[in-house]
Structure formats: structure tokens, C-alpha cells
Write a protein of this length. Structure first.
Length: 294
């Protein structure tokens, strides 16, 4: 049975705004902050910033994009996009298909991404431990890290007996302000950095930033500080229960683990007494396995 990705009754109508990638508490929830042009400071090299903005547009469901698609996503004028695309193709970061006139990420861009995420050894170790957790608990497990105001999914593992079809894949994004994993990640950041990100979210959302989300974010951050994890049990999606725990990585950006299951199998008491502490233990295991940088 396929899990519904959005509960329409949970949010007020606003231009048909919907979560595009996943269930509430796991992925982004309404509303989506506006994607206006980023402020360009005097210290910023605009062509470089625009080129990186173009590369960040590609992802699951957006493997091949045309010039106009990219212009719409980035807010960069189409003629400028075309010039930048030609440079990125020449440098090996994008591939151009002449038949469809569309572009996709090339190996040079993928190499940058993999190098930035983490050591392949720790990711392999994390994948093994996540698989053990998912199989033992019949759940869906995700690993993510922060990329600006998003959480980007690094790995997903699903138990063979888990009755879920969430279709969440590595590379997918969820907004840090509207997801349980995002809130767990915010909880572990230094207070100054957390406040800065919260202010950025509110500034971008403007009047679309609901007080209920602000309040829930604060509640879940406090829950992580108290218990080491935070959880949602049917509040947004009646069929889904979610728990998230941050992974503190010395001298590295933190990660976050998210566990998703059906409320019928993940009672609130089970989350509090079993799944939450077990997820924290897995996070500590990943942290202990990571080699210290010289």
C-alpha cells in the first residue's frame, strides 16, 4: 500500500502549496518559502554564485533540465543561464544532449558532491548500521546533513517487513524549517548558528511563516535537548510516526538520523522507551566510528 505524501486537511490552503517529496515530519511541509533571487553582497563573485546555483538545481526528478527550466528554478535570466551552461559543459560539470537540448550533471560535479559529503568508509559503515536498525524495527531509516536551509538525504534503508512506500532517495531535500529531521539538526547547532538560520527562514517565508510551525520547531528542539531525540506521532500524517536524532561529528557538519514507521506499529510509548533511545545509540555509534581529523 502506497503511503500518501500529503495530508491536505493539515494545512490552510495557500496557492496549492504542497509537500513535493515526502510525508510531514520527514520531508518538507506546506508552505514552501519563496525562491526569490538571493541577495548579492559586494563580497560575492556573482558568476561563481550563479554557476553553483545552477548545479544545485539538479536532483531526483530533475536529472535533465533545459535552459528555461533552469532559469525558472534559479531566477537567473535565460541568456545568462545559457552562457553559464556553456562554461559548465566546457569545464566538465554538466553534460549537454544536443537532441533534447537538455543538461545533466557530469562526473566532475558528482565527484565534488561525493567528496564534500563524507568519507566513503564512514558512509558505508553508516549504511550497514542503518540497515540493521531498519530490519530490527521494521521501519524506514534516513541519514541527512544540512545544505544551506535544507536537509539533504545521504542514504536511506528500509526494513524488509516495513509496510511503507515513501520513495525517498539519496539526494532528495527537505526544508530544515518544516521537517522533523530539520528540527533535530537545528537542535545540535551552536545557538548563534541556530538563531541565524531561524531568522533566515522567517525572512524568506515572510507572512507565510505560520506561528504553529515556529512553536512546534521550538518544542522539538527542546525535546532533543531533553531526550536526545524528537518525535511526531500522527500529528501531521495520521498513519505515520517519526523520530529523529542528531549525530554530532567533531570538526564536521552534523548529520541527522530519521526513522519512519506506521503509527499502528510505532506506538508513542514504544518510540519513547525503545525506538528513540535506540536511534540515539545508533547516532552515538556513528559518531564513535568516525576518525578524528588531524
Amino acid at each position: 500500500m502506497e503511503t500518501r505524501m500529503q495530508s491536505e486537511r493539515s494545512w490552510p490552503p495557500q496557492d496549492g502549496g504542497r509537500s513535493r517529496n515526502g510525508p510531514h515530519g520527514v520531508d518538507t511541509a506546506w508552505p514552501l518559502p519563496p525562491q526569490g533571487r538571493r541577495a548579492e553582497s559586494d563580497a560575492m563573485v556573482t558568476p561563481l554564485a550563479r554557476g553553483l546555483s545552477i548545479l544545485s538545481v539538479f536532483g531526483p526528478g530533475k536529472a535533465w533540465l533545459g535552459n528555461l527550466d533552469i532559469a525558472l528554478e534559479t531566477g537567473i535570466p535565460a541568456p545568462s543561464v545559457l552562457r553559464l551552461l556553456r562554461s559548465l559543459v566546457a569545464l566538465g560539470y554538466l553534460h549537454h544532449d544536443e537532441g533534447s537540448r537538455k543538461y545533466s550533471l557530469a562526473p566532475a560535479a558528482l565527484a565534488l558532491g561525493y567528496a564534500a559529503i563524507a568519507d566513503p568508509d564512514i558512509l558505508r559503515f553508516a549504511s550497514v548500521e542503518m540497515r540493521k536498525f531498519a530490519e530490527a524495527t521494521d521501519t524506514y531509516l534516513l541519514l541527512g546533513t544540512r545544505d544551506r536551509l535544507d536537509v539533504i538525504v545521504l542514504d536511506t534503508q528500509v526494513g524488509s517487513r516495513a509496510v511503507l512506500d515513501l520513495r525517498l532517495l539519496p539526494g532528495m531535500r527537505m526544508q530544515i524549517a518544516y521537517s522533523l529531521m530539520g528540527w533535530a539538526l537545528l537542535a545540535i547547532l551552536p545557538e548563534e548558528e541556530r538563531c541565524y538560520l531561524q531568522n533566515q527562514v522567517e525572512r524568506k517565508a515572510g507572512n507565510a511563516w505560520p506561528s504553529s510551525i515556529r512553536r512546534r520547531m521550538s518544542e522539538k528542539i527542546a525535546q532533543v535537548h531533553e531526550l536526545g531525540f524528537c518525535m511526531l506521532h500522527g500529528e501531521w500524517e495520521p498513519e505515520l510516526a517519526c523520530v529523529a536524532a542528531p549525530v554530532s561529528l567533531p570538526d564536521r557538519p552534523p548529520w541527522v538520523l530519521g526513522c519512519v514507521g506506521r503509527t499502528a506499529r510505532m506506538a508513542r510509548t514504544r518510540i519513547e522507551l525503545e525506538l528513540g533511545p535506540r536511534l540515539v545509540a545508533t547516532a552515538q555509534l556513528l559518531q564513535a566510528h568516525l576518525p578524528v581529523r588531524d
